[in-house]
Ligand binder design. Structure first.
Ligand code: SF4
Length: 229
């Protein structure tokens, strides 16, 4: 499993995939990343300290992800990240969190005391598909409601059952309402969900122009940021 990488494409930054405690929700129908979660705090910190030792501060921007939310990263690891931020002169942080922690985001802002871009896996703005089919438990109604808390939604494209219309709407929203976003093309995993190759081909034909948009990052493979397996 690669846990450190440098993103040289858009929004240059270093990225680390850390280990964390179990995801607070852990029930999204497409997710098997939670297999990386652990309850062994000592083991988590040991792995994380090792990964964090790679950070050089090259671009003064760091993204920290784990298979869950930043609130599931142990305190010792958070303190280590803060130490590295100070040491390497990191000026901006990307963190990720589930909707259920929306009222706690300021805790991270106060702790790290540098600008944070908060990402959230919403997968789609289609309420029913998101909450019924994907079982995401992110029950906001409108993108504006999400934007009150989060800066950067992550969208999923290419799951069997997803419609072109809902993807069109998602693309419209991320281009017009948010300043950052990520589009993940669904990669089959150990979950029951299936990849829709035809839908993905349609998406690439229609939306590959977004590759040129500096604020939208499209991951054609889930390892395109250089972390994961
Ligand atoms: S919130 Fe994220 S890590 Fe947790 S189950 Fe859903 S997709 Fe997986």
């Amino acid at each position: 499993m690669d846990r450190y990488s440098i993103i040289e494409n858009k929004n240059h930054r270093e990225i680390v995939l850390l280990k964390g405690f179990p995801c607070v929700w852990g029930k999204c129908s497409f997710c098997d990343y939670i297999l990386d979660n652990s309850t062994n705090e000592e083991e988590i910190n040991e792995i994380n300290f090792n990964v964090l030792s790679n950070i050089t501060g090259k671009y003064k921007v760091l993204e920290v992800i784990n298979s869950g939310s930043c609130f599931e990263i142990p305190r010792k690891t958070l303190e280590k990240i803060k130490e590295i931020i100070d040491e390497k002169g990191i000026e901006k942080l990307f963190l990720e969190s589930h909707w259920c922690y929306r009222n706690r985001l300021n805790e991270m802002r106060e702790f790290f005391n540098i600008p944070i871009i908060f990402k959230i896996g919403v997968e789609t703005f289609d309420y029913d598909f998101r909450n019924d089919f994907l079982n995401k438990n992110a029950k906001f109604k409108a993108p504006e409601e999400l934007k009150e808390y989060f800066d950067s939604p992550c969208i999923m494209v290419g799951i069997k059952g997803q419609s072109k219309e809902s993807i069109d709407k998602d693309m419209e929203i991320i281009q017009n309402i948010f300043t950052h976003s990520t589009v993940n093309i669904f990669t089959p995993n150990t979950s029951k969900l299936e990849r829709d190759g035809e839908l993905i081909k349609w998406f690439i034909d229609k939306y590959s122009f977004l590759d040129k948009n500096p604020n939208i990052e499209i991951l054609y493979n889930n390892t395109d940021f250089g972390v994961g397996d």
